[in-house]
Ligand binder design. Sequence first.
Ligand SMILES: Cc1cc2nc3c(=O)[nH]c(=O)nc-3n(C[C@H](O)[C@H](O)[C@H](O)COP(=O)(O)O)c2cc1C
Length: 182
Amino acid sequence: MAKIVILSASVSPTSRSRTGARYCEQKLQELGCETDFIDLAEVPLPPYPQGAEDKTLQSACDRFNAGEGLLVATPTYNFGASGTLLTFLHYALGSDAGKRWRPFCVLASMSGLRSALAVDYVTRTLIMERQSVAVGPPLVGIGDASMNAVTGELSADMRNRVDSQLRALVHYTEAWRNFPQD
Ligand SMILES: Cc1cc2nc3c(=O)[nH]c(=O)nc-3n(C[C@H](O)[C@H](O)[C@H](O)COP(=O)(O)O)c2cc1C
């Protein structure tokens, strides 16, 4: 059973990206995966490296590095990923401990598709730091047009895009399990 870690980087109580990440969690479980949901709203994140000794933060980094596949969800702020995500990655990718060649997807909430390319560099970070393997482009546009603000339900079009990419993520994660590790 593929173990996929879902990292949610928004600290907003009404976060769209967290709602999207929870949808992915449910979908991945339906596809037979074991999931671990890391919500950064529950993790202390002082600027790097001031939290290096914090046990809750260390445990979140260990859980992130233990995943066989990854789903990283972030808000878009000022045409970029959230600083919360970047700070967490400074800690989680700071040591050489994580597994390599892991498949991953990125999901981003935003107010409009004008920022569709804004989180591309998160993909580059994961590839360059861990030789991770991007499964498709970032899933962008989780916003008012694709999510019901009251119920959190995704539009049919967004569900189709997410479902299709998650199926690919599971497939590649299963393949990763059979790949001889260094
Ligand atoms: C400070 C700030 C900057 C933002 N910058 C952008 C942006 O550059 N592009 C965009 O499409 N939306 C932008 N937004 C809107 C957020 O991406 C949107 O509200 C998103 O849902 C926030 O993520 P969350 O709901 O997962 O917390 C910004 C919002 C804030 C508060």
